[in-house]
Design a binder for this molecule. Structure first.
Ligand code: 13P
Length: 250
């Protein structure tokens, strides 16, 4: 059994003070809770400040994105090394909002994944299909292509630190959560693909988490599925009580 991972993706929400208030509340609410590894991904502007506030807690920080170069003339970008330096242990890569609004291709996702592993960050790699693709019964082929593209050319020790997040695009921010059995089917297929592509030893420690309208009232049924190893939570992670309840899933 893998230790579950519950991650909150704050997206482009919260200023420094608001983020601090949220973390201070969350820190108290989940004190002593050991159901899962807990990660939050605030905006870049809050990371360093929050790194001090989480110092005595089990909460860890993630970047929401990164650039694959270490440093240089890339105005507006942040590298894996900078995220680590600011206090992150994790980074989200290839979120559907980045693929859709910022035109991130499979090749870009792959470069970011390589850079994260090189720096020692734990990548959370997102895959997921659109509603049109789901209706055309293309879910498994779409997510498999995305995952293979992300992992292209990778091998070695850093792979064990990867988490895969299955986030069906039609479920993100819509309140339309995937049925636990439907999500399980996709997770199972992704797990098989990881074993085939990377071999059992590398694939075994990789967590596959679900994202898309995860809330306090649906987390328990999602987590009861054998191949769902946690959740990537958007909107509900901005409410301390609700996110704490998600972390304490049963
Ligand atoms: P919601 O939980 O708001 O649907 O967002 C999911 C998501 O995109 C997390 O990365």
């Amino acid at each position: 059994m893998l230790t579950p991972l519950i991650a909150g993706n704050w997206k482009m929400n919260t200023g420094v003070h608001q983020g601090a208030e949220l973390v201070i509340k969350l820190r108290e609410l989940i004190k002593g809770v050991d159901t899962a590894d807990v990660v939050i991904a605030p905006p870049f502007t809050s990371i360093y400040h929050l790194s001090h506030l989480i110092a005595d807690s089990t909460i860890q920080l993630a970047g929401q994105n990164l650039h694959w170069e270490k440093s240089g003339a890339y105005t507006g970008e942040v590298s894996a090394e900078m995220l680590l330096d600011a206090g992150c242990r994790y980074v989200i890569i290839g979120h559907s909002e980045r693929r859709t609004y910022f035109h991130e291709t499979g090749d870009v996702v792959n470069k970011k994944l390589v850079a994260a592993i090189r720096a020692g960050l734990r990548p959370i790699v997102c895959v997921g299909e659109t509603l049109k693709e789901r209706e055309a019964k293309k879910t498994l082929s779409v997510v498999s292509t995305q995952l293979k593209g992300a992992l292209a050319g990778l091998s070695g020790g850093g792979l064990k630190d990867i988490t895969v997040a299955y986030e069906p695009i039609w479920a993100i921010g819509t309140g339309a959560v995937a049925a636990p059995q439907d999500a399980e089917e996709v997770h199972n297929a992704l797990r098989e693909l990881l074993y085939e592509t990377l071999g059992a030893e590398a694939a075994r420690p990789i967590r596959i988490i679900y994202g898309g309208s995860v809330k306090a009232d649906n987390i328990d049924s999602l987590m009861s599925q054998p191949n769902i190893d946690g959740a990537l939570v958007g909107g509900a992670s901005l409410k301390a009580e609700e996110f704490a309840r998600i972390v304490r899933f049963r």
